[in-house]
Design a protein around this ligand. Sequence first.
Ligand code: ADP
Ligand code: MG
Length: 265
Amino acid sequence: MDQPSGGISLEIVGVSKRFLARGRMVEALAPVDLQVKAGELICLLGPSGCGKSTLLSIIAGLEPPSGGLIRAGGRKVQGPGIDRVLLFQEAALFPWLDVQHNVAFGLRQAGMPEAERMRMAREYLELVHLSGFEHSYVHQLSGGMRQRVALARALVLNPAVLLMDEPFGALDALTRDKLQIELETIWAATGKTILFVTHNVREAVALGDRVLVFSPRPGRIIQEFSITLPRPRSLEHHQTIDQAREILAVLHAGQRPDEEANDEW
Ligand code: ADP
Ligand code: MG
């Protein structure tokens, strides 16, 4: 495989976001400050509607911030770029293309010749353990396989930053555990910078170098946890469970009383 390049740093400097919705101003993000080192894996936790997806969209350059700025690798973000790729819970693949052509799609946009595109697509499908499914169509795949395709499609572009928005949220527990381990392996091998949004506190502890807990809207970081447990981390290990319990308490404490915490840990 062509050697993938590693991650870049992210600086989030006083980033805030307001939306005008049905004539009302909604403050989605309070000013957020965060420094992410190149190659760091950061997990974001917080109640629904606290602005996690909004923050990822701003970092991806899909939304401008209302205030503040983002620097990626020292350069101000002014729009989307292939150094930063966003992955969602729904894999958003093209149903009319087979798996291999889905993965190669972005390379075509980049003007790479067909044979080279197909070679790279096959390599990245191997990386996500989907060899043999090159010619399958999206409707023939399970949810976990679709997320693998989406991951291959992102990685083949060799982005420095992966912005992952609850990517495993809709998967069954077993598939999710497997994909977590594979993501960690790929991250360790490539040194990508990863921002990973999840509702699952244990998942955050298992994956993150740091776990950031956000307040309800307007979202701001209420606490940051450095996770120093040795890798790979087991979801079932008592240290993982203890750390998750501590974080969950902070998540609960930050919650408004009328909102239900997500106890899925
Ligand atoms: P999270 O991902 O943490 O659940 P979001 O970032 O999706 O939260 O949303 C934060 C808040 O901003 C919510 O109240 C949401 O309704 C609002 N919001 C998000 N996008 C828009 C938009 N395009 N227009 C208006 N309001 C929005
Ligand atoms: Mg969201």
